[in-house]
Design a protein around this ligand. Sequence first.
Ligand SMILES: *[C@@H]1O[C@H](CO)[C@@H](O)[C@H](O)[C@H]1NC(C)=O
Ligand SMILES: *[C@@H]1O[C@H](CO)[C@@H](O)[C@H](O)[C@H]1NC(C)=O
Ligand SMILES: *[C@@H]1O[C@H](CO)[C@@H](O)[C@H](O)[C@H]1NC(C)=O
Ligand SMILES: *[C@@H]1O[C@H](CO)[C@@H](O)[C@H](O)[C@H]1NC(C)=O
Ligand SMILES: CC(=O)N[C@H]1CO[C@H](CO)[C@@H](O)[C@@H]1O
Length: 306
Amino acid sequence: MVAKNLVCAIILLLLVSLGQAEAALNAHYYDQTCPQAEKIILDAVRNASMHDPKVPARILRMFFHDCFIRGCDASVLLDSTPQNKAEKDGPPNISVRSFYVIDDAKAELEKACPHTVSCADIIAIAARDVVTMSGGPYWNVLKGRKDGRVSKASETRSLPAPTFNVTQLIQSFAQRGLGVQDLVALSARLRNFSSLLDIDPSMDLDFAEKLRSKCPKPNKDRNAGQFLDSTSSAFDNNYYKQLTVGKGVFGSDQSLFGDFRTKWIVESFAIDQGLFFKEFVNSMVKLGNVSIIENGEVRLKCGVVN
Ligand SMILES: *[C@@H]1O[C@H](CO)[C@@H](O)[C@H](O)[C@H]1NC(C)=O
Ligand SMILES: *[C@@H]1O[C@H](CO)[C@@H](O)[C@H](O)[C@H]1NC(C)=O
Ligand SMILES: *[C@@H]1O[C@H](CO)[C@@H](O)[C@H](O)[C@H]1NC(C)=O
Ligand SMILES: *[C@@H]1O[C@H](CO)[C@@H](O)[C@H](O)[C@H]1NC(C)=O
Ligand SMILES: CC(=O)N[C@H]1CO[C@H](CO)[C@@H](O)[C@@H]1O
């Protein structure tokens, strides 16, 4: 009898641990609990992008930054406290850069479905939205991330630096389970915007000006979706085309074309935008799956732990 109970207990334990291992991300995670979640997030992203054309590039970079440090757990959104300097205030100094967009979406989500949608999922969904609204591909974002409770400024040192050579970039990606193909795909930029990898946002200006002149005047235009048209060619494979003709904006970009490990991938993306979009989506899904934590929380406000 005792033995039988023991066997049962072991089987139960095994099942429980299996269940945990399979607590994987899921495209339908909020279908029952917050079906309007993605619509609310898209609204916030679109509203903000209409007023500030730098928002798309910054949200993409935020997603990258979040997932590269401690996994996709919204650690990038936590504010510093008197006892702790958070990632936000770490060396690349990304303070005051569009965090408000995620906070706005979160505030709306808390009204619609309280304590349900994690800040980490909001970033992942917003990152997809800025790509799609800029003329890039659409994909189903897997959801179910939990928010972490730790954010340390010192850890931003592990982000790939603009000065990294290809070997260092490959190593940095490999540490997160990402391959060479992911490195090249995720180096893509919104045209004339900084790439996800770049810390320096100074290249944004040109494109921002172009966008501003094309954006509809908010009060005259009743269709907020116009933003889609105004940026319809901003996310494309032009970046790779530029690399193949030696017009990489940064040295670290151009080296992707100079290294045999990455050159062939750059070339394949330059000649085939469909392939680039497909691989970019794959890489974004992989990036969004880096070190998913299971014992986190759903923050009520993205800047502070509950
Ligand atoms: C976005 O803007 C629309 C129209 O101005 C407004 O109704 C909506 O509440 C805004 N959404 C968010 C999340 O800010
Ligand atoms: C970070 O940016 C803020 C606001 O732009 C600025 O006040 C601060 O000095 C910067 N800090 C560092 C370390 O560059
Ligand atoms: C890349 O940089 C590292 C560190 O500075 C250096 O040791 C290595 O030789 C470089 N590799 C290449 C291929 O330039
Ligand atoms: C996400 O990562 C987990 C654990 O590392 C893995 O089992 C799962 O297949 C990955 N999912 C995707 C979509 O890559
Ligand atoms: C700096 C940079 O990347 N400039 C590019 C901006 O986009 C136009 C096309 O829309 C390119 O011709 C520029 O080279």
